[in-house]
Design a protein around this ligand. Sequence first.
Ligand SMILES: [Zn+2]
Length: 513
Amino acid sequence: MSVLTAKRLTTVALAGLAVFAVAVPAAPATAAAGTVPAGPAAVSSGNGGPRFQNGAPGSDDAYFPYAGNGGYDVQNYDLALRYEPPADPGVLTGRLSGVATITLRATQDLQSLNFDLRGLDVTGVRVDGKAAAHGPSHNKGNAEWSQTQDDANRIWELTVGLRPKLKEGRTTTIVVTYGGATGRPLDTTEALYGWVTTADGAMVVNEPEGASTWYPVNDDPQDKATYTFRITVPEGKTAVANGLPAGKPATRAGWTTWTWQASDPMASYLSTASIGDYALSRDRGPRGLPILNAVDDGVTGDELTETTAALALQPQMITFLESQFGRYPFESFGAIVDDDTIEYALETQTRPVYSEVADEYTVVHELGHQWFGNSVSPADWQDIWLNEGWATYIEWLWAEHQGTATINDQFTDTVAVLDENDGWALNIADPGRDSLFEAPVYLRGAAAIHALRAQIGDDAFFAGARLWLTRYNDSAATTEDFEAVMEEASGQQLGRFFDDWLRDGDRPEMPAV
Ligand SMILES: [Zn+2]
């Protein structure tokens, strides 16, 4: 993600910036008081305790205890969506109906499992082709489902009881039919996210746990899956998702279906299905990599000029980052530039979303995330600095490559900004739920990466970066994993270094740069 305030601080325009408020870590989210949805009580196997269990309604994330679920691993989401944008552009409400076909593999013996689904009503569930009953049917032979929508405690769960029960290692296909009115969902900091209804469609940006506002999901960055999107919209609207188009859009009776296939494993927070009055254009990156851009026809004037110039640099940016970090990790790239104002950009996989304008440094930031954040994702949300520190550092690398500012000058300027604003107070390796996108996560993060480079030298630094990207490709990892990789690449003990640069609440020891 690139937040405008943070982005301003991170790019070369460091002079004259506004003082930023230093974030106070929020109290960690605790297990909420609401009812935890679960299936029927575990059934004893008859030889010592329960065997088939209810999959957990959360995934052990300290900040978002009910995002994600336990007991299974999604292989593929096939999402057939039908969307009516607002009839009156002054009332930002649309209508979404969906059929989600979810193929998953049990990672424990399960008698029930949960999906996250917020603000939409389920009308039917089928398990391996058999209809499940709604509510506790007390019919032992039947699968059944129920929903919990507890806004106060942020618990939004769909629970599916499985009959027959599902043995560990077995695969099942669950089809959920659902729908309802769409609005403008807010995250815990009251920023817009998820399926954001716009006057001309929807801008879909899920980070951190907003995917549940448009499909039933295991909303945990550790559970990556492939996706197919079949998005039906009124004729004339364009729907753009991750990956590549699968065939041409098909129009019937005033509705057009756009099909997209995302074949690279993807974390749910990086999925999108944005809808608007987009003009599509194509370009090619290294080795003929398909680049597909969608720019809303409401982006005009200077913003369009700046956007067009920045998007034209994408092939060069990919070539440059490949020279630093190895091959671009996915099958395609491009941009979705919407005319709505959510005021941040997001690195949705293969196709970042930009709000109002895509400028050069935001584009290279979101491109950098394809390696750092998308190919290797944070295992837990507290590891967010691994995303934002690296993406900010990649802005610095690009500025140096373009001859705009040396990396050492950018480091020095950023340290000065952190000094002036008490920017060392925040422990960026555990910033708190509501400080994920505060400026120090970006700035202290990038400074820590440059200090690491100074500490271990260029050869070990770039070898370590590539080892990190190779070892955890299409996966997720923690800050501790990153420290271990860098110790391996450098042969140095770096525990004290990382505590000093990430965790301690005061100014770290400065390297000579
Ligand atoms: Zn970012």
